[in-house]
Design a protein around this ligand. Structure first.
Ligand code: OAD
Length: 246
């Protein structure tokens, strides 16, 4: 791989780099994506599992689904794509990551400057008190799990029909406004508002890179389209970015 000159010219130790990831980054770790051939939304109905209404109607069903996913993720390991993104954070002091993934694999790979904009399924929230706690029990002892106060706990994730955490959104928008290079990895780029983030960054002059084996609605907008698997493309891209520092 060789990166274009206009990207190379932007790269230095201070370059403000933002990475946005979606389910595709975890695909090579064995975590199913949502859309596409083997996607979760082919087998399950989002409205029965990932909405506040679904949880109200059948918390046990919703929790069984999350418990199943937690089991898959607990057995998964960060892959070379996650590790390359973790190393980017070490190399570039002005690096930030915004992930739509709730699997926590970026943190396990070593990223610390990460906004988990759709939440994290290892965090549980009390439906009465709003308090959030970590829980790594696999499988869960009690389904649906309950808080000490007796109320139901729910996954601390953002469901369809819910708003993002305003603080996360504000921080993300501020990063996009100022970023010089935006790398978008493994997302179908159809779920709002994250799907709009690259458009905002582009308008502010950022150089856009997309890593995805398939074309997406974002593809016509990007400056560099790297068609391939994140676990293969990202380590090579990282080497190129590091090479541009010399
Ligand atoms: P999707 O499942 O919609 O898209 C996954 C993307 O990853 C697709 O564009 C694939 O082509 C790509 N892909 C597959 N394997 C890949 C690989 N090895 N390397 C790189 N890319 C690969 O997942 P998201 O875009 O993350 O929301 O979905 C967005 C949101 O929709 C999720 O956060 C979730 C879902 O409903 C909530 O839960 C709120």
């Amino acid at each position: 791989m060789e990166i274009p000159k206009d990207l190379r010219d932007r790269i230095n130790r201070e370059t403000r780099i933002v990475v946005i990831t979606g389910a595709g980054i975890s695909a090579e770790s064995g975590v199913p994506t949502f859309r596409g051939k083997d996607g979760l939304w082919r087998r399950f109905r989002a409205e029965e599992l990932a909405t506040p209404y679904a949880f109200k109607r059948d918390p046990k069903l919703v929790w069984e689904w999350y418990d199943w996913r937690r089991g898959i993720i607990a057995r998964a390991e960060p892959n070379p794509g996650h590790l390359a993104i973790a190393e980017m954070e070490m190399v570039f002091p002005n690096f930030h990551l915004i992930t739509q993934n709730v699997d926590g694999l970026h943190r396990r790979a070593g990223n610390q400057k990460v906004i988990e904009i759709h939440g994290n399924l290892w965090m549980l929230r009390c439906t009465r008190e709003g308090t959030v706690r970590e829980n790594y029990e696999v499988p869960l002892k009690e389904i649906p799990p309950r808080c000490q106060c007796g109320a139901l706990l729910r996954p601390h994730v953002v469901w369809f029909g819910e708003s993002l955490n305003p603080e996360d959104l504000k921080r993300s928008l501020a990063l996009l406004e100022r970023c010089e290079v935006l790398l978008v990895v493994g997302t179908s780029a159809v779920v709002q508002p994250v799907a709009s983030f690259p458009w905002m960054a582009k308008e502010k002059g950022a150089f856009l890179i997309e890593v995805n084996p398939e074309p997406t609605p974002l593809s016509p907008l990007v400056d560099l389209s790297l068609r391939g698997k994140a676990g293969e493309v990202l380590p090579e891209l990282l080497q190129e970015l590091k090479g541009a520092l010399d």
